[in-house]
Design a protein around this ligand. Structure first.
Ligand code: ZN
Ligand code: ZN
Ligand code: ZN
Ligand code: ZN
Ligand code: ZN
Ligand code: ZN
Length: 381
C-alpha cells in the first residue's frame, strides 16, 4: 500500500469495571467462581481518510471520505460516544493492517459509486448531444453538396438545349471543382476524428488517495477464571472486548457453540444448556457426550457410574436392572440372574446346585446351609 500522508494514534479509555462487564454477559448456573483475574492487551481499529479526485471536462472535483475498519469489516464510525485521548505510538505494537487497508479501499469504491454513476451519466448525455451535432453538421454539408450538384445539372440541361458551348464548359468545370472539394472518404475520416475527440473530452478519471490514517487502540481484557463444582475445578481464559461488547473463549465442549451460560457436567465438561442432560438413574447433570449409555432393559439414559455390564450376556443395564452377586462381586442383568427358590434372592446362575432334598436348583448359600443342616441333623438322628 502507498503510505498515508499522515498517521496518527488515538486511545480509547474505559472507566467501567471489566469484571462487572464480563459478569453481565456470562454465568455459571451450577458452579461457583473462586478466582477471577485479568490482564489488558491492546485491541485495534482504524480510520482511513481518503480523498477522491473526479477529473472530467477539464475540471477536478475533490471529495473526502472516512472509512472505519474493525475486525476486518467496515463499520459506521462514531468516536463521539467514547472517551478518546491522544495516543502514543510507543505504547502499542502495531499489527499488520495491510488487509484492513484493502477492505477500506473496497468500501471506498462503494461510497463513491453514487457520485461516479451520476457524473458518468451526465458525461454520457453531453457526449450524445455532441455526437448528434457532429452527425447533423455532416449530414447538412452532404445535403448542401447534393443541392449544388442538382442545380448545376439543371442548368446544364438548359444550356445543352440552347447549345451554348461556352456555358456548358463553365458548368462542367464547376462540377469538377465541387467534386474535388467533396471527398467523401476524407469527410468520413474527419467525422471519425471529431467523434474520437469528443469521446476523450468526456472521459472520467478517478483517483483515490489515502490522506490520513488513524490507529485507534483500546484495552481488551483477558480474564483467567477458576470455577468449582464440588470437587471439580475448571479453568477458563476468556476475552472481553469493550468495543464489540463480546466475550470470546467460552465454547461448548459438546457442540462447539459460543456460550454465555456455562453448565459444568458431572464429569467436568463445560457445555451449553442445550447439550446438558440429566442421568435418568442418579439425576445428576451430565453433557450429551457423557450420557451415551442407555439401559438395555428400560432404555433409561444413564451415566457411566450408573451403567453396569452383565457378566453373562454383556448387555449394559442400569443398576435397577442389575444384581450384584455378593460372593463373586459380578453384576448380572435381571434376565441373567437366577432367583433362588429357597431364599428368594437373585444370585449368580453359575453357582446354583441341586438340592439333595427336593432336586430343585438352589443357590450356593442355601446349598451350604442345607449341607450344614444335614450334618447337624445326622449327628442328632
Ligand atoms: Zn452445546
Ligand atoms: Zn447416573
Ligand atoms: Zn460430560
Ligand atoms: Zn434399566
Ligand atoms: Zn445378562
Ligand atoms: Zn438361596
Amino acid at each position: 500500500m502507498e503510505g498515508p500522508e499522515e498517521k496518527s494514534f488515538l486511545k480509547i479509555n474505559f472507566s467501567v469495571s471489566p469484571s462487572d462487564e464480563l459478569m453481565k454477559r456470562i454465568s455459571f448456573p451450577n458452579s461457583e467462581i473462586k478466582r477471577i483475574a485479568f490482564k489488558e492487551k491492546p485491541g485495534f481499529f482504524y480510520r482511513f481518510q481518503f480523498e477522491t479526485c473526479f477529473d472530467y471536462l477539464g475540471k477536478k472535483e475533490r471529495v473526502t471520505n472516512a472509512v472505519y475498519i474493525f475486525n476486518g469489516k467496515p463499520i459506521r464510525g462514531d468516536l463521539s460516544e467514547y472517551s478518546v485521548t491522544e495516543g502514543n505510538e510507543k505504547e502499542v505494537k502495531l499489527p499488520d493492517y495491510k488487509n484492513d487497508y484493502f477492505i477500506a479501499k473496497e468500501e471506498l469504491k462503494k461510497l463513491v459509486q453514487g457520485k461516479t454513476n451520476e457524473i458518468s451519466r451526465m458525461l454520457k448525455n453531453y457526449l450524445e448531444k455532441e455526437k448528434e451535432k457532429i452527425e447533423e453538421s455532416f449530414v447538412s454539408e452532404t445535403k448542401r453538396f447534393r443541392n449544388d450538384l442538382n442545380s448545376i445539372a439543371e442548368k446544364l440541361m438548359e444550356f445543352s438545349k440552347s447549345g451554348d458551348i461556352e456555358k456548358i464548359r463553365e458548368q462542367k468545370k464547376l462540377i469538377n471543382s465541387l467534386r474535388e472539394k467533396m471527398n467523401f472518404d476524407e469527410i468520413e475520416k474527419d467525422k471519425t476524428r471529431a467523434l474520437q475527440l469528443e469521446n476523450q473530452k468526456h472521459l472520467l478519471n478517478i483517483e483515490n488517495k489515502l490522506v490520513k490514517m488513524t490507529i485507534i487502540y483500546y484495552p481488551v481484557y483477558v480474564f483467567s477464571l477458576d470455577i468449582f463444582k464440588g470437587n471439580i475445578k475448571k479453568s477458563f481464559t476468556v476475552q472481553y472486548d469493550p468495543i464489540s461488547e463480546t466475550v470470546l473463549g467460552l465454547a461448548c465442549e459438546s457442540c462447539s457453540d459460543e456460550i454465555k451460560e456455562v453448565v459444568i457436567c458431572n464429569s467436568g465438561h463445560a457445555v451449553c444448556k442445550y447439550c446438558t442432560r440429566v442421568c435418568d438413574s442418579c439425576k445428576k447433570e451430565f453433557c450429551k457426550k457423557c450420557l451415551r449409555n442407555s439401559c438395555d432393559i428400560c432404555s433409561k439414559k444413564i451415566c457411566k457410574d450408573c451403567s453396569v455390564r452383565c457378566f453373562r450376556c454383556s448387555r449394559v443395564v442400569c443398576k435397577d436392572h442389575a444384581r450384584q452377586d455378593k460372593l463373586s462381586g459380578y453384576f448380572y442383568c435381571r434376565d441373567c440372574s437366577k432367583r433362588c427358590d429357597k431364599c428368594g434372592d437373585f444370585k449368580d446362575p453359575f453357582t446354583f446346585k441341586v438340592s439333595k432334598r427336593n432336586n430343585k436348583e438352589i443357590c450356593e448359600d442355601c446349598f451350604r446351609e442345607e449341607t450344614r443342616e444335614s450334618i447337624v441333623g445326622g449327628i442328632f438322628e
